[in-house]
Each structure stands twice: as C-alpha cells, then as structure tokens.
Design a protein around this ligand. Sequence first.
Ligand code: CA
Length: 231
Amino acid sequence: MSSKRILVVEDEKPIRDMIAFGLKRAGYEVCEAPDCRSAREQIADARPDLMLVDWMLPDMSGLELIRALKKSKDSEEIPSIMLTARAEESDKVAGLAGGADDYITKPFSPRELLARIQAVLRRAGPGNGEDVVELGGLAIDDVSHRVKAGERAIALGPTEYRLLHFFMTHPERVFSRGQLLDRVWGGNTYVEERTVDVHIRRLRRALTPYALDGLVQTVRGSGYRFSTRDA
Ligand code: CA
C-alpha cells in the first residue's frame, strides 16, 4: 500500500507535533502548515490525500480555508477533517456544511483520530463508496462490520448484522419472512419462518437504546420493512 499524504493545518506546534508523530507512526506521510497561507502553498506543491484543519488559525478560520479550497478545481476533492476545541453541535453542522467531511473535538485520542482518518479516506477512495451505508441515523460499514448510531457503536450478532445490512441496502421495501430467509439466511437452509421473527426482535432490541427500533417495521400480513418514515 502506498502511504497516504496528510496535511496537518494547526498553529499550535505542540498539537501539530503530537498529531504528526502519531500519523507517521501509523505509516502516513505527513506535511505540516501553521496557517492557511502555508497550507495553500503546500497543497499547490503536492496534493494531500486528506487534510486535518484546525478551526482557529491565525490568518483565516479553518472553515474559510476549506470553503476556499472547495471553490478550486485542483483542491475541491481533498477530503478534510476539522479539529476544534468547541464541542457545540452547531459548530459541527457549520463544519460539515462548509465542506468538511468529518469533525473531531479536542482533546481526542490518537486512536480516535486514526479511525476517523481511515473512515474518511475509505469513503473518498475510488470505488469504495458502497462500503458504508448511512440511513436513518445508522451507519453500517461492510468492511469492518461495524454498526454505529451517530458516534456510538452498536453490538450485533452475526445474523442481526446480516439482516440489518440487507435491510439498509434495500430500504422502503416490504419483504416476507420467506424472502428474508432466502436473501439473508440463504435459500437452502432449513429454518422455520418463526426464526425471522426472533432475529427481528433481537435487532430491534439492539436498536432500542438509540431510539432507532422504529426503523424495522412490521407490515401486517406481509412481513417486514426497513423504513425511515413512520410505519
Ligand atoms: Ca488553533
């Protein structure tokens, strides 16, 4: 695997050093910029695969930098993660609306940062767009087999995982128990249709703490459906 190049735009040197150290150790190539002007020069020199951009920078805000880069053909597709000390939800929305792909609040652990970077790079990678499906407040990642509600990971058994993955890739359609057995369990297993109900119940139970159980809907006389609309 060729190493990915990450540009760290952060004016506080100790934080920049700490991030750069962790990224290099994880095998990334790192370039650093203390302000937006320097960041733009570095991007013109060599396009990074991803940028980490601090919110508060001396010459312009990180958000303004990301917006400006989105306006240029050469830099519009560089994925970015905002770094900020502010935890308010409105900042997150502003960051994402401004074109950042993700957002991480200081202080963060190196492990958390690496996980975010990998997720953003995977989404940005060619042909990998279908690995993560996001719907109704849930995200399912078929590479890592992880399911998340917002930032919180949901633990699922293997059958519940397959069931949820099938539902999320076939939303808003009703499937009979027999169809679900064919598509999720595989056609040649000898499983009673009641088994479907058992796993639907387990799946709903796993989603209940996040108030997302309503996504898995019973359609009377027909079967089940995954829907982001009310039943
Ligand atoms: Ca700063």
